[in-house]
Design a binder for this molecule. Structure first.
Ligand code: HSE
Length: 405
């Protein structure tokens, strides 16, 4: 019998326990032997549940019980999750987590501790909720050199942008609706300021390219400054505005990685990802483009990924899985200024003045005497220098993913 502990009984934690008990028989079969939850750690009381007897308020019960071989961390946040997870791994337990903040901030260290203690640290649920992406990247696509990843990784912002694109809602109205429907948190900053997407693309880039990419080391821009008129103009020009996490191999020891809203051409499948869905495009040198699509959040989709990792951890007691990345390398992520992209620009100037920019760009007139144009693909610093030198008044500027996977 393998005994496990679940730390946290919030949305994902309770979903995990429910899915586990619903399918315990088949889960045990897949693990090759009986598996049960011995402890559920939470400071709150949950009377009346069929498994109420398993609750404890003390982490010591778990760490001091030699029978517990796998610990599931679904508390979220860094404290006390980071300390608890380190102690579980150091004491020879495998850990499964859905905590993207923890993996993005401390993944390299926790993977090293797991390796040193011959246990596993698994985090399929940390990116894309129920969408399989961590295991495909580390196993199914392992033969490839990954060149590029571009993902819609946050359901809340995708919902908001879709309401702006399809229903002409303002950002504020779409955010209120997302809150009413329970998608966005009351404090929606992690979603709308891009931090959630940033953490997820950092995890994917670390896994794909082999070195830890820290969230505070990449450019992160959210969607709070997006104007409805630019979403509408982008649509007329053939693009959908999406918040993306983007990572690209530049050379063997340099990558680009960032989070920002971007114009995605309607010819690219990412432009069609609606509602709260997530999608991740991965370009491998052998596979070409591969797309992963599904529900990126929610109690049961996320619990599905957590329970899959529990099964994997139970199947690999005393055996290591190959998920690993090294600690960060200095100057590994190139700055935005060195990154090559095109920009959509809305400027206050006359059409002739705009069309002479960049050796001639196609322009479109917009309301209030504004002009729209899309720059050639150039280093961001060169585009910015040219726009500064022109002296025209820039009213909006968004990257265009002409080249992305
Ligand atoms: N707030 C996140 C989202 C939840 O909207 O996608 C999943 O990480």
């Amino acid at each position: 019998m393998i005994k496990i502990a679940v730390m946290g009984h919030g949305v994902v934690g309770s979903g995990t326990v429910e899915v586990f008990y619903k399918n315990r028989e088949s889960i045990s079969k897949k693990c090759g032997g009986d598996v049960d939850i011995k402890y559920i750690l939470d400071l709150r009381d949950f009377p009346g549940l069929p498994y109420s007897d398993k609750f404890t308020k003390s982490f010591d019960d778990i760490i001091n019980d030699g029978e517990v071989k796998v610990v599931v961390e679904v508390m979220g946040g860094l404290n006390p999750a980071y300390d608890y997870v380190k102690r579980c791994l150091s004491s020879g337990r495998s850990v499964v987590t859905s905590n993207k903040e923890l993996v993005a901030a401390h993944g390299a260290e926790l993977l090293r501790i797991a390796r040193d203690n011959n246990v596993n640290f698994l985090f399929e649920a940390s990116v894309g909720g129920g969408i399989p992406i961590i295991r495909p990247l580390s196993q199914c696509l392992a033969a490839n050199s990954i060149d590029e990843i571009c993902g819609i990784l946050n359901g809340t912002t995708n919902f908001i942008l879709n309401k702006m694109i399809n229903d002409g809602m303002s950002f504020d109205d779409a955010l209120s609706l997302a809150q009413q429907l329970g998608y966005a948190e009351r404090n929606p900053s992690a979603d709308v300021d891009g931090f959630d997407t940033c953490r997820k693309i950092c995890i994917l880039a670390s896994l794909a390219f082999g070195y830890h990419v820290y969230p505070d080391g990449i450019y992160t821009e959210g969607i709070t400054n997006i104007k409805l008129e630019d979403v509408v103009y982008a649509k007329k020009l053939g693009y959908a505005v999406k918040l993306i996490g983007y990572a690209k191999r530049i050379s063997n020891d340099k990558i680009f990685c960032a989070t920002y809203p971007a114009l995605i051409p309607f010819s690219n499948s990412l432009s069609t990802v609606d509602d709260v869905f997530n999608a991740i495009m991965v370009k491998g040198d052998a596979t070409g483009d591969v797309m992963f699509y599904g529900k990126g959040a929610g109690k049961f989709p996320t619990a599905s990924a957590v329970v899959a990792d529990i099964i994997d951890a139970c199947m690999h007691i005393n055996r290591r899985k190959s998920i690993f990345w090294e600690d960060a390398k200095k100057d590994y992520v190139i700055p935005c200024e060195e990154h090559e992209t095109a920009f959509y620009v809305r400027a206050k100037c006359d059409l002739g003045e705009a069309s002479r920019l960049f050796g001639g760009v196609k322009t479109s007139p917009a309301e209030n005497g504004d002009v729209l144009f899309i720059t050639p693909v150039m280093k961001e610093k060169d585009i910015n220098a040219a726009l500064d030198a022109s002296g025209i008044e820039i009213k909006a500027k968004l990257r265009v993913m002409e080249q992305a996977v």
